[in-house]
Design a protein. Structure first.
Length: 230
């Protein structure tokens, strides 16, 4: 059974989430502040974390950074903050997805399922087996070990960032359309959410490219998709 840690100080919302999640056979742990969330995350090792950013004792972004210090557990932000800057801060800190309030429960549940599927996916696919180690002048990627390095430094990627990068790297030189990336990474209900791709590709470029504003390896084909240029 999938274990979800809900970090939220709105008791009515927590109750609604617990009822809906338990009805779909999720196990639910609850925390109303950042300190409790970090203790529960370490003790209970949830499969996914649903996190509000406006907590009474600390900013949710700091919770994300703390969790990312030792865990790759998928983190889905659920917040009333809706500006691009807020979303980018959370995603850069290591969040895997971002849902703004008010929200559809069906949408939230779909994103939770997608997050857990990505976590449970096997580390090696038939396509990846052909490209075990990919090396460029800026970075190297071991697709079997799921490790990325720039020089002597290990680059930490979120599960969503990894999934996008893996798709591109295993099809070098080929255009991967926006619709295909959205389908494979987020699922069929996100076919119009091209803004997701822009945010996550920008994150990957900041982590991997020497000049993110003029990428050498992760190339945008405007209005069409993306490609990895070896």
């Amino acid at each position: 059974m999938t274990r979800v840690l809900v970090v939220e100080d709105d008791r009515q919302l927590v109750r609604a989430l617990r009822i809906n999640l338990q009805a779909r056979r999720f196990e639910v742990d609850e925390a109303s502040d950042g300190g409790s969330a970090l203790r529960l995350a370490a003790a209970r090792k949830p499969d996914v974390i649903v996190l509000d950013l406006g907590l009474p004792d600390m900013d949710g972004v700091d919770v994300i950074k703390a969790v990312r210090g030792w865990s790759r557990t998928p983190i889905l932000v659920l917040s009333a903050r809706h500006t691009s800057e807020d979303k980018i801060r959370a995603l850069d800190a290591g969040a895997d997805d971002y849902v703004t309030k008010p929200f559809s429960m069906d949408e939230l549940l779909a994103r939770l399922r997608a997050a857990t599927r990505r976590r449970e996916a096997p580390p090696e696919s038939p396509a990846a087996a052909e490209f075990t180690l990919i090396t460029t002048a800026e970075f190297s990627v071991d697709l079997v070990a799921r490790k990325v390095r720039r020089g002597e430094r290990t680059v930490r990627l979120t599960p969503t960032e990894w999934h996008l990068l893996e798709i591109l790297l295993t099809h070098p030189g080929r255009l991967i359309t926006q619709s295909r990336l959205l389908l494979e990474v987020w699922g069929p209900t996100y076919s119009e959410h091209t803004n997701y791709l822009r945010v996550y590709m920008a994150q990957l470029r900041r982590k991997l490219e020497a000049d993110p504003s003029r990428p050498r390896y992760l190339i945008t084909e405007p209005g069409m998709g993306y490609r990895f240029e070896p």
